[in-house]
Design a binder for this molecule. Structure first.
Ligand SMILES: Cc1cc2nc3c(=O)[nH]c(=O)nc-3n(C[C@H](O)[C@H](O)[C@H](O)COP(=O)(O)O)c2cc1C
Length: 159
């Protein structure tokens, strides 16, 4: 069975809510999903997943240190993640608070692993990945679900 792993960091719950909604969308596409806090995620989890979605709050216009530390550790599975689907999401305080650069920071890491990154041409939640400004409202949660569905559909297409 195909599986998507959603790895998130969240201190005050906003990114966690997005992770759960993206997980619902993946499930809607008929793909298994695991939603895990980055601090509980192992490198083995990364290797067994068919798709990986990274999510973190925007900290100083980039991913928080705890997510970067996880990304840095993933050097140990270099060449093992090639061809897997990758996607990113973030929560930030303000609309121009560096959320796109945060998405790019996570996407860059996945590109270095040779992963296939999903963008969004219709801008449901953002071209580079889904974004929430503060606590996700119903519209943002729906965008998260739609994003998850698209991730699931791509995993099935490549699967
Ligand atoms: C150390 C730190 C740095 C932050 N830097 C930014 C920033 O650069 N831009 C921004 O818009 N919000 C910034 N924020 C706000 C968080 O991104 C925002 O509150 C987010 O929704 C928190 O997500 P969480 O509830 O998942 O922890 C920062 C918060 C902290 C604690």
């Amino acid at each position: 069975m195909l599986e998507v792993l959603i790895v998130y960091y969240s201190r005050t719950g906003n990114t966690e809510k997005m992770a759960e909604a993206i997980g619902d969308g993946v499930r809607d596409a008929g793909v298994d999903v695991r939603v895990k806090n980055v601090e509980e995620t192992t490198l083995d989890d990364l290797q067994t997943a068919d798709g990986v979605v990274l999510g973190a709050p925007t900290y100083f216009g980039s991913m928080p240190g705890v997510m970067k530390e996880f990304v840095d550790r993933s050097i140990k599975v270099r060449r093992k993640l090639e061809g897997k689907v990758g996607a990113a999401f973030t929560s930030s305080n303000s609309i121009s608070g560096g959320n796109e650069t945060t998405l790019i920071s996570m996407i860059e890491a996945m590109l270095c692993h040779g992963m296939i990154i999903i963008g969004d041409p219709i801008k449901t939640g953002g071209h580079y990945g889904v974004v929430s400004i503060g606590k996700p409202d119903d519209e943002t949660l729906e965008a998260c679900k739609e994003f998850g569905r698209r991730v699931g559909e791509l995993v099935k297409k490549l699967g």
